[in-house]
Write a protein that binds this ligand. Structure first.
Ligand SMILES: [Zn+2]
Length: 240
């Protein structure tokens, strides 16, 4: 049975929780920019420090981590993000364990978002040539497990409650990078800004012009009149 989704409300505070610097721009950069333009507060949480995003051994790990933080902040600025929180987990070894869940719950209870956007914990691979990064899956898993049943239940993490961090439940959860989305946002009007934000991640791409070409070719969908549109797609869940 397919439920008819209610119209998406205007959200007050969107929390985007991703594994790596640059993931948010790929997944939902256009959505973020559009919501920020409408006055929605946006917070990013980046779970890992991105310290494996490099093949050049002349670059030290501390240099790389700093570069990636700087790049993420620059990209977030272009998209109108209010705050970027780095949680500093080691890149490549993200584990959806109890302690990380607790740390994520702490942020959810503290920030009180009404929408959370996260990655898809089910995607081991997509299509015929893409093995999904394990951190992407584990980031999605830890976020979803933090949201339910922990963030909204006072019996979970009583130490957080003792600090004054009351249970918090979100209105909606949007999961990106899914094969069968039930919610699509036309981000054509802000696609240039999504691309500009991705281009801030200089350390991650050998050729930024090639990246931009690939993005525009891969994401473009022509409508009946032949006009190109760009979409970001989600599995959208709403809780009443
Ligand atoms: Zn990533």
């Amino acid at each position: 049975m397919t439920e008819t989704p209610p119209e998406a409300p205007k959200f007050e505070h969107v929390l985007v929780i991703m594994a790596h610097p640059d993931d948010a721009e790929f997944c939902c950069g256009g959505t973020v920019r559009m919501m920020a333009s409408e006055g929605t507060k946006i917070t990013y949480i980046v779970l890992t420090n991105g310290d494996k995003g490099n093949h050049n051994l002349a670059v030290t790990v501390p240099q790389l981590v700093k570069t990636r933080m700087d790049e993420q902040r620059a990209a977030a600025k272009i998209l109108g993000v209010n705050q970027v929180i780095f949680m500093g987990e080691e890149d490549g070894f993200l584990e959806p364990n109890r302690e990380l869940r607790r740390r994520v719950v702490r942020h959810i209870r503290s920030l009180k978002p009404d929408l959370v956007i996260c990655q898809n914990p089910e995607a081991y691979f997509r299509g015929s040539g893409y093995i999904n990064h394990p951190d992407h899956r584990n980031a999605g898993l830890v976020v979803i497990e933090a949201l339910f049943p922990a963030a909204g239940n006072p019996m979970f993490f009583p130490d957080l409650l003792a600090e004054g961090l009351e249970p918090h439940s979100i209105k909606e959860l949007w999961v990106c990078m899914v094969d069968d989305p039930n919610h699509r946002i036309d981000v054509t009007d802000v696609f240039d800004l999504k691309v500009a934000a991705l281009r801030q991640h200089v350390s991650q791409f050998d050729d930024l012009d090639e990246l931009e070409k690939w993005l525009r070719e891969r994401w473009a969908e022509a409508d009946e009149a032949g006009v190109e549109h760009f979409f970001e797609s989600y599995t959208r869940m709403w809780f009443t």
